[in-house]
Design a protein around this ligand. Structure first.
Ligand SMILES: [Zn+2]
Length: 228
């Protein structure tokens, strides 16, 4: 019996498309240069379908969500080809539970109660971005006076490990909490989304120019963050 569509949707949805091994968490979809997307994840049986297969026991296990774990190809081989007892069924169930809990925690953390709470959250991330931009960015005094200095290397690193993730957190918070965005900020929010998406594509060399950071967005955020 093949895995039913319902079970596949549960598996991929609850795992958010990442390998369930907590030490791996590889993203299980890719897009090639022609722009075609494809899946690289494997739906691994916790108790093998056939008796005598990995963790299979005397009867084998069913093709249902409860008995399947989403893994990347490497983790799937590791789990199935390691000596028996290295990855017992209990361990795989624990991986899956821990992984799904991790995925759940993203949106819980970002669900806000008020416009002010949302704007305070965003203003902290914007402040961190501004700090790096001012100190190391292309217009910082170090970069201007000594273009070959280490400021540029720091800037490149911070763009990837801080600024892009912060922008993604802001976009996600805006999406999850769209109902809390004041009407007067709707245009600035769109401008920021435009900027953040273009900025990210530019880092990966897919875009020559992009919309500059909309200062009016930061002003709106500051105004509503202070609103008591
Ligand atoms: Zn993996």
């Amino acid at each position: 019996m093949p895995i039913a569509e319902k079970d596949m949707k549960l598996l991929w949805g609850r795992a958010a498309g990442y390998c369930n091994n907590p030490g791996c968490r590889l993203k299980l979809s890719e897009t090639n240069q022609a722009g075609e997307s494809f899946l690289t994840g494997e739906m691994a049986h916790i108790i093998a379908r056939n008796a005598g297969g990995p963790r299979g026991g005397a009867q084998g296990g069913p093709d249902v969500y409860e008995n399947i774990i989403l893994l990347c190809p490497t983790c799937h081989s590791k789990v199935d080809k390691s000596p028996e007892a290295t990855y017992p069924a209990e361990r795989l169930h624990a991986w899956k539970a821990q992984h799904e809990e991790w995925v759940d925690s993203w949106s819980r953390a970002n669900k806000m109660q008020s416009t002010q709470e949302l704007m305070v959250f965003i203003s902290r991330l914007l402040a961190e971005n501004k700090h790096y931009f001012d100190d190391y960015g292309p217009r910082s005094s170090t970069a201007v006076s000594a273009p070959a200095s280490s400021a540029f290397a720091i800037w490149v690193a911070r763009r990837l490990d801080t600024i892009l993730p912060n922008n993604r957190k802001i976009l996600e918070a805006l999406d999850v909490n769209a109902r809390l965005i004041p009407t007067e900020m709707a245009g600035d929010v769109l401008a920021f989304k435009d900027h953040a998406q273009g900025y990210e594509m530019n880092q990966y060399g897919r875009l020559e120019t992009y919309r500059l950071f909309p200062q009016s967005f930061a002003e709106g955020v500051a105004k509503w963050a202070d609103n008591d």
